[in-house]
Ligand binder design. Structure first.
Ligand code: NAP
Ligand code: ZN
Ligand code: ZN
Length: 349
C-alpha cells in the first residue's frame, strides 16, 4: 500500500482538511499517476456537502486529474512511465454490459465506479479522488495527455470538457446551427469553445450581463441575458440545440421556448427535481425534446483530448494552492470563478 496525502471532508458541513490514506500498489493492469493538477468541478461541492444525498465520508473529492505516470503494471500498454495521463469521473465499471461493450462506461448498467464517493467494485473500500498526491487506476480508465498542451489547463477537460463534448457530438451539433450554451461556468465555457470549434453559431445564455465580454472572447457569437424577458421572447423558436449547465433546480420552461420545432435541450447540471415543473405544453407545442447526458465514455474522452490538442483548446483556469480549496468552494457558490479553479497539487508537498 502507498501512503498518500490529500484533502478530505468528513461530513456535509465541515471544511476540507489534510487527510492521509492508502492507495493500492499497482496491479498488472494499473497505472500509478503522480498528480500535478486537479480541477474543482461544481459536482465536488454538491458531493462534499451532500446536496444529492448518499455522500460517503471521509471524502477526497476531485475528478479532473492530470499527472505524470510513475509506475505501470506489467500488462499495461496504453501509457509508459513519464507519460502525462489523465483521470476523469470514473475508475471502473462492470466491463461486460452492453454499455461497457460499446465504450459507454458512464452508462454501465451496474453503475460505474466513480473516482470518489463510490466503493471499489466488490469491496467496502471507498474511492478517493484527485485532491491528493497520486492515484492508481486501471488503464482502461486512464487517458493519454499530449505534452503539447498546457497541463494545468487540461485538467478541467477530464470532466467539464467531456461533459460538454459528448452531448454536442451525440446531438450532432454542426456548422450553421444556432446553439445556446446556458450558464457560463466551468462546463459552460468549455461548451462555448467546443461548439464554436464544431462550427456552430454560438449564443451564450447567461444570468450575468457582466460576463458578456468574456463570452465573446471565449468564442460566443452572441449573448442572451436570460433575465431579460423581452430578449428571451424575441429569440423564441430560434435554437437548434441548447446545452443547459445550470447547477440548481430552475424554471426550464423559458429555455424550452427558445427551441425550434423538433430541437433538443440537454440538461447536464440538475440531478434533482425541476422546480417549477416542466409544462407539458413547452414540449408538446413544437414537438421539442428535453434530454440529459452524463460525462462521456473512455474512448470518447480520449477522442475529446485529441480533438482539443489538434484545436489547441484548453480551459481558462485560476490556479489555487490546496489550502485555498474551502475559499474556492465559497466563491463557486457565489458564481465568482473565471472559469475553473485548478489546484496545484505541488502545494500539498
Ligand atoms: P459552475 O462553474 O458553478 O457554473 C455554473 C453556471 O451556471 C454559473 O457560472 C452561472 O452562469 C449559472 N448559474 C448558477 N446558478 C444558477 C441559477 N440558480 N440559475 C441560473 N443559472 C445559474 O458549475 P459547473 O462546474 O460548470 O457545473 C455545472 C453543473 O453541472 C453542476 O450541477 C455539476 O454538478 C454538473 N455536472 C454534471 C456533469 C454531467 O456529467 N452531467 C458533469 C460535471 C458537472 P451565468 O452566470 O452565466 O448564469
Ligand atoms: Zn465534474
Ligand atoms: Zn457495464
Amino acid at each position: 500500500m502507498i501512503q498518500t496525502r490529500g484533502y478530505a471532508t468528513h461530513n456535509p458541513t465541515s471544511p476540507l482538511a489534510p487527510f492521509t490514506f492508502e492507495r493500492r500498489d499497482p496491479g498488472p493492469h494499473d497505472v500509478q499517476i503522480e498528480i500535478l493538477y486537479c480541477g474543482i468541478c461544481h459536482t465536488d461541492l454538491h458531493q462534499a456537502r451532500n446536496h444529492w444525498g448518499g455522500s460517503m465520508y471521509p471524502m477526497v473529492p476531485g475528478h479532473e486529474i492530470v499527472g505524470r505516470v510513475t509506475r505501470v503494471g506489467a500488462q499495461v500498454t496504453k501509457v509508459k512511465v513519464d507519460d502525462y495521463a489523465g483521470v476523469g469521473c470514473m475508475v471502473d465499471s462492470c466491463r461486460r454490459c452492453s454499455a461497457c461493450n460499446e465504450g459507454l462506461e458512464q452508462y454501465c448498467q451496474e453503475g460505474p465506479t466513480w473516482t470518489y464517493n463510490s466503493k471499489e467494485r466488490g469491496s467496502e473500500q471507498l474511492t478517493f479522488g484527485g485532491y491528493s498526491e497520486r492515484v492508481v487506476v486501471e488503464e482502461r480508465f486512464v487517458v493519454k495527455i499530449p505534452g503539447s498542451l498546457d497541463l494545468k489547463a487540461v485538467a478541467p477537460l477530464l470532466c467539464a470538457g467531456i461533459t460538454t463534448y459528448s452531448p454536442l457530438r451525440h446531438w450532432e451539433v454542426d456548422k450553421g446551427q444556432r446553439v445556446g450554451i446556458i450558464g457560463l461556468g466551468g462546463l459552460g465555457h468549455m461548451g462555448v469553445k467546443l461548439a464554436k470549434a464544431f462550427g456552430a453559431h454560438v449564443v451564450m445564455v447567461t444570468t450575468s450581463p457582466s460576463k458578456a465580454k468574456d463570452a465573446m472572447r471565449l468564442g460566443a457569437d452572441e449573448v442572451l441575458v436570460s433575465k431579460d424577458a423581452a430578449a428571451m421572447t424575441r429569440q423564441a423558436n430560434s435554437f437548434d440545440f441548447l446545452l443547459n449547465t445550470i447547477p440548481n433546480p430552475h424554471d426550464v420552461n423559458p429555455y424550452l421556448a427558445l427551441l425550434k420545432r423538433d430541437a433538443t435541450m440537454v440538461l447536464v447540471g440538475v440531478l434533482t427535481a425541476l422546480e417549477p415543473p416542466v409544462m407539458g405544453g413547452s414540449l408538446i407545442i413544437s414537438r421539442r425534446r428535453l434530454a440529459g447526458s452524463v460525462i462521456g465514455g473512455m474512448p470518447e474522452t480520449q477522442e475529446m483530448i485529441d480533438f482539443c490538442a489538434r484545436h489547441q483548446i484548453v480551459s481558462d483556469v485560476e490556479m489555487i494552492p490546496i489550502q485555498a480549496v474551502n475559499e474556492a468552494y465559497e466563491r463557486l457558490l457565489k458564481n465568482d470563478v473565471r472559469y475553473r479553479f485548478v489546484i496545484d497539487i505541488a502545494s500539498l508537498k
